[in-house]
Design a binder for this molecule. Structure first.
Ligand code: NAG
Length: 210
């Protein structure tokens, strides 16, 4: 007689194979940086620490359709860094089974959240939640969270931290959508106050150009 655990495992394997479908997801890194873009989206409330790092672009015909965040949770009295990284998920047309990711330089603290997707369409603008500079003896976290607007209109808010405030919306990609990212990152402070991610800007690519 077949034991119950065996039956359960068999069911799990079968349903996984039938319902889930396979998703291919690969880091693009800087491999597609020769892609041409129309404009760069930025916001005015980015923080001052660190430097702009490097660009990563989605492959031709791919646009960002979702994102996940690397967030360090509350450290209660120890050094907080809040938002450490933003990973954009790039797809072609509405095919969400073959994906590339781009993230530029990310910080080393916290865990990646699950991906949040636009119901349809692509990311077209953003808003950044920033904790302003805490002064000489304060604990700076800089970027805490991000919201994106989708071309289909919904706004997606990340599962970031709650310090600071949102600033104004960036410009909006006029045609197509977000296709590239560059972060402004404070390097590891060797035991001093880390703030990690301070600012971000995104590239817009046109549909008509490709
Ligand atoms: C945002 O981008 C515009 C156009 O590229 C530029 O003129 C402006 O200085 C940027 N603003 C900030 C705050 O970086």
């Amino acid at each position: 007689m077949t034991s119950l655990p065996t039956v359960l495992i068999l069911l799990a394997v079968l349903s996984g194979g039938l319902c889930e479908g396979r998703t291919f997801q690969q880091r693009a890194g800087t491999a597609f940086n020769t892609r041409s873009y129309r404009s760069i989206l930025n916001v005015t409330n980015g923080e001052q620490f660190g430097d702009w790092t490097w660009v990563e672009m989605c492959p031709d015909k791919f646009y960002a359709v979702g994102f996940s965040l690397r967030v360090e949770s509350n450290q209660y009295g120890s050094d907080d860094t809040a938002l450490n990284g933003i990973r954009l998920v790039c797809a072609k047309d509405e095919d969400r089974s073959f994906l590339y990711t781009i993230e530029s330089h990310t910080g080393y603290f916290g865990d990646w959240s699950s991906t949040q997707y636009c119901p349809t369409g692509v990311l077209t603008s953003f808003q950044l939640r920033i904790e302003s500079h805490r002064g000489l003896f304060g604990d700076d976290t800089a970027a805490n969270n991000i919201k994106f607007r989708c071309s289909s209109n919904p706004v997606l808010e990340g599962a970031g931290m709650y310090w600071g405030e949102y600033g104004d919306w960036s410009q909006t990609c006029s045609d197509g959508g977000i296709c590239g990212i560059e972060t402004k990152m404070e390097e590891y402070q060797l035991g001093l106050d880390d703030s990690t991610l301070n600012d971000v800007r995104f590239h817009c690519c046109d549909r008509s150009q490709q």
